[in-house]
Design a protein around this ligand. Sequence first.
Ligand SMILES: NC(=O)C1=CN([C@@H]2O[C@H](COP(=O)(O)OP(=O)(O)OC[C@H]3O[C@@H](n4cnc5c(N)ncnc54)[C@H](O)[C@@H]3O)[C@@H](O)[C@H]2O)C=CC1
Ligand SMILES: O=C([O-])CC(=O)C(=O)O
Length: 331
Amino acid sequence: MSAHASTPVTVTVTGAAGQIGYALLFRLASGAMLGPNVPIKLNLLEIPQATQAAEGTALELMDCAFPLVAGMEVFDDPAKAFDGVNIAMLVGARPRGPGMERADLLSANGGIFSVQGKALNAGAAEDVKVVVVGNPANTNALIASAHAPDIPDSRFTAMTRLDHDRALAQLAAKMDQPVAAIRKLAIWGNHSASQYPDITHATVNGVSATSLVAESWIADEFIPRVAKRGAEIISVRGGSSAASAANAAVEHMRLWVQGTPDGDWTSMAVPSDGSYGVPEGIISSFPVTTHNGEYSIVQGLEISDFSRTRIDASVAELLSERDAVAQLGLL
Ligand SMILES: NC(=O)C1=CN([C@@H]2O[C@H](COP(=O)(O)OP(=O)(O)OC[C@H]3O[C@@H](n4cnc5c(N)ncnc54)[C@H](O)[C@@H]3O)[C@@H](O)[C@H]2O)C=CC1
Ligand SMILES: O=C([O-])CC(=O)C(=O)O
């Protein structure tokens, strides 16, 4: 990040005219991610058909007269949008349409993320940090990373903070306690229904969470509710999570840049270094701490048999996604 507060940080948001983009850009411009003293230059990337809508969002951003916005531009060319980027938020992705198989989705999005990976490789700032939000987020991040050989793999992450926040909220509601009472919750694996929201290390007001709830609640209610919350929102709201996803993207980057609080973690999908038996070569969610703009996977946690089975199942799904995109020639 820019050492000098007066040098604007360049943030590129893809899918800028989409639902999440609309909920995200105003938060970024207000200083919610980088703080109240860091000027920001916003690059909005869209496909050509949607640049006009993105221009409309840019007009509204202008009308907010945010003091921190040092510049704003709309692009349909990834090379230009990522030139000099410090923070890349890859939201734009093609959703699955009628009759599309999973492989079709991986292939359609593979095209997007390979092109964007190459553009990042060519033009991003040396300190670039990347978060992928567009689904399938973990594997899209892997594809982008594979096309950016000059950028350290560790800079490519995918968002599981929404899952983390959903889990915090469910546990807080069950305990009838504020979210702030909870520490050390973790999401493992894929941002999909196979994810493992883990409360075995979590505390509520300093008391072990697992001593406060029944095992059956964890397995039969908590885990499925969190893992399937995306589908629940779609069925109740009639559209997929947008403001909550944007909020989680702000939190993902805010914590990466500004650091996790003492005694707590966040969850991020990051390239595995083999920790906890998760094979290298996939981008999987772990509990992480962050400090000075770097993250570290929390080490030394005891993994119960139940947790092991859940982590392994989600990792198996990530490995099969990786194999599918490798077969499509995308890695
Ligand atoms: N990781 C997570 O927790 C979550 C991920 N998502 C995912 O986020 C993505 C975006 O969601 P929404 O904003 O609701 O979708 P949306 O359909 O409203 O917006 C997506 C935007 O991306 C744009 N786009 C498509 N290809 C692009 C490209 N090559 N370059 C730049 N822009 C491009 C589209 O034109 C569209 O404006 C989806 O893949 C969704 O599944 C959504 C919620 C949570
Ligand atoms: O489920 C979806 O389609 C959107 C998503 O990723 C989520 O809400 O977690």
